[in-house]
Design a protein around this ligand. Structure first.
Ligand SMILES: Cc1ncc(COP(=O)(O)O)c(C=O)c1O
Length: 498
């Protein structure tokens, strides 16, 4: 249950004259202020700051911190976001002095240890993706998409080909068309397969090859596809789809946001992908949520390697048989997309994760994620059925449509009420192809007991009076920010989506 006390603003807690412990004034003469700050920038009066005793300040901020939900405090099955537990060991390792005390402006000769780590990370990402050339630069998944599309554009420009279209399924994450549009392409949306009533539902929710064929032509630059897709289903015809695109001279981009389901099992490079991004912060653990921090390295086939943003870390043997790591800028690079080597803090955590699990561990993490998602899918099937697929991979998209039609209970009502039960809601109303969508991704780090408790909560919630649900959450300091027009409390928006 969250703490209601923390909803007062710090200025409302202020009492004139209250202070924390004060040290005696220093007897070292002050540096003249005007030497430090030009007079035009000096304030003429002091801002009115809240006046509080030290315990008031500490309590205020500690209480505020308890208002948030995080993986460390709550089950967080936010679909598409892979909110798995982030091991604390990685935090400790990523703060070792040899890692945090170096500066990216040091020469390569001077940061060989860090470069070795990043080189090995490149190697592992190449191995898991089946795509040999890696740039660690992009700072998140969407940034990786944009970077890869710039790479594709540079490649086609070099070949003298004027390709203008990027095609993606209707179930795509919003960042796919956004990246394509930002990179200057025309966005083409494909309808997915739909099983008619009475037909096998497991055929529904995939890329429709006939529809793809209708759109692919010599203007097609890239087909962007998430696999497993945002319905949590593996695109079984991905190789056939890739062939259609390749035959027309286009490239296939695999959105790797859902790698948690396939890492160590199958590889984008093996099922037809030419480029992909990872969301290291999701798949390989990095404390993310509410917008950051992220890391979205891209992997590409050899023929695209020259266009990657650098620096790329290379390994070489010296004449005296020493291994050295050096920074290389690819010859036709699209230029940097981020400063230095990318978001190194997250890459280090991802490196720790991969080294801890090893090849077998990575595969079993994916298998456990799939098992957990299927278990939860079955537990919820009687109240929140999934429209697509008999079995899912790491996540599934259920629909609250029946509840909405029969009892007026919406996906948002259930999501909000879950907060009262101490659970973070799933992603709601995404993907857009499912009406009243509720997208659950439990991840592999949750126990059966947690999944059972979550299912119990959902069953209790859907049995409740609908009025109680419409006004939920009841334990949060702010109920539904978008519906509370005039509130004296700060507007807190809980993340509700990917
Ligand atoms: C399928 C998919 N693609 C792309 C992205 C974008 O990734 P990021 O949030 O790291 O920019 C997401 C994010 O949730 C996603 O779920």
């Amino acid at each position: 249950m969250r703490n209601r006390q923390a909803t007062q603003l710090i200025s409302e807690l202020s009492h004139a004259g209250r202070r924390a412990a004060e040290f005696p004034r220093s007897d070292v003469p002050d540096w003249p202020l005007e030497d430090l700050i030009p007079t035009e920038f000096q304030a003429t009066s002091m801002p009115k700051l809240p006046e509080l005793a030290e315990p008031d300040v500490v309590r205020h901020f500690v209480n505020l911190s308890t208002l948030n939900m995080s993986v460390d405090t709550h089950f967080y099955p936010l679909g598409s976001c892979t909110m798995k537990y982030n091991p604390k060991r990685h935090e400790r390792l990523s703060r070792l002095p040899g890692i945090v005390d170096i500066h990216p402006h040091q020469t390569a000769g001077n940061i060989q240890g860090m470069l070795e780590l990043l080189y090995k990370m490149q190697q592992m990402l190449a191995e898991i993706s089946g795509l040999p050339a890696v740039s660690l630069q992009p700072a998140a998944g969407a940034h990786g998409e944009l970077t890869a599309l710039f790479v594709a554009a540079a490649y086609f420009r070099d070949r003298g080909e004027h390709r203008t279209k990027v095609i993606f399924p209707a179930s795509a994450h919003g960042t796919n068309p956004a990246s394509a549009a930002m990179a200057g392409f025309e966005c083409i949306e494909l309808k997915g397969t739909v099983s008619k009533p009475g037909e096998d539902p497991s055929k529904s929710g995939f890329v429709d090859l006939e529809e793809l064929k209708r759109h692919v032509d010599d203007k097609t630059a890239v087909f962007m596809v998430t696999n497993p897709n945002t319905l949590g289903l593996f695109e079984k015809e991905i190789a056939a789809a890739a062939k259609i695109v390749h035959d027309a001279g286009g490239l296939v981009y695999i959105d790797g946001a859902n790698m948690n389901a396939i890492m160590g099992i199958t590889r984008p490079g093996d099922f037809g992908g030419d480029m992909m991004h990872y969301n290291v912060h999701k798949t390989f653990t990095g404390p993310h949520g509410a917008g950051g921090p992220g890391s979205g390295p891209i992997c590409v086939r050899d023929f695209l390697a020259d266009y990657l943003p650098g620096p790329i870390i290379n390994q070489r043997e010296t004449d005296s048989n020493e291994t050295r790591y050096e920074l290389v800028i690819p010859p036709k690079t699209i230029g940097r997309v981020r400063s230095f080597f990318g978001n190194v803090g997250i890459l280090v955590r991802g490196y720790c994760y991969l080294r801890t699990l090893g090849a077998d561990g990575v595969r079993s993490a994916a298998e456990m994620a799939i098992l957990n998602a299927n278990y939860l899918k079955e537990l919820l099937a009687d109240v929140l059925p999934s429209a697509h697929g008999k079995h899912c991979l790491h996540e599934f998209v259920a629909s609250a449509e029946k509840l909405a039609k029969e009892r007026g209970i919406t996906a948002m009502d259930i999501a909000k009420r879950l907060l009262d039960f101490g659970f973070h809601p799933p992603t709601v109303y995404f993907p857009l192809v499912v009406p009243h969508a509720m997208m659950f991704e439990p991840t592999e780090t949750e126990s059966k007991a947690t999944l059972d408790a979550f299912s119990d909560a959902i069953h209790k919630i859907v049995a409740e009076e609908s009025d109680l649900l419409h006004s939920a959450p009841h334990s949060a300091p702010v109920s539904r920010p978008e519906e509370v027009k005039a509130t004296r409390t700060p507007v807190l928006t809980w993340p509700i989506g990917t």
